[in-house]
Write a protein that binds this ligand. Sequence first.
Ligand code: 5RP
Length: 235
Amino acid sequence: MIPLSDADKPKFVASRRAVDFVEDGMRVGLGTGSTAAWMVRCLGRRVREEGLKIAGVPTSTRTAELARKVGIAVVTLEDAGWLDLTIDGADEFDRDLTLIKGGGGAHLQEKIVATASDRMIVIADPAKDVARLGAFPLPVEVIPFGWQATQKLVQRLLAGMDVDGRTATLRMAGDTPFRTDEGNYVLDLHLGRIGAPRDLALHLNQIAGVVENGLFMDICDTVVVGHADGTVRLI
Ligand code: 5RP
């Protein structure tokens, strides 16, 4: 086992516990991000050491690569049809288990996969647990065509929303816009505080150039919080 940094310990602890929910024969959605990467490694270990038979549906090209590397059979969502369980990370979660996701720019596939699952388990370190969502910038995937007009419409919408900050910045990867696996751009909404997440999510998705926002509502069933001392808290 690779030596764990202080930042990785809670992620590993949450992941190790969460993969206990995976049973033989399950079709499992595999999330994206540094926490989900630990979960994929833990699941791969169960496949190799216990002979666990599962089909994994990755939510990004990088998760697909890691899953294959650790021995998980990778299938498409189309082939799997429906999933028993999805395990993924989050950027923030609140007491209603509403999430902000998309820090890694994969929230579109993540939302499709999670909503095509009987159950979604989120794995997190304690820092992701917030009283109110919004300190983490809310990712919104947008179509590149006319993205500046979409940005203006998003900012106009924010002017009438219950939020503290109102800027929407284009996510960059070096000198060029960051591209999602679908080839789209991401606007990061610096809101500080989101007073009415449901209202915001519904209005954002009505803007023509918006593909999907990173608010996950009524999707997550359980959060597994890992602590550096090896303990876990199930919410
Ligand atoms: C990727 C995501 C990730 O789950 C989220 O950004 C958390 O990442 P990490 O585990 O690295 O903190 O939504 O789109």
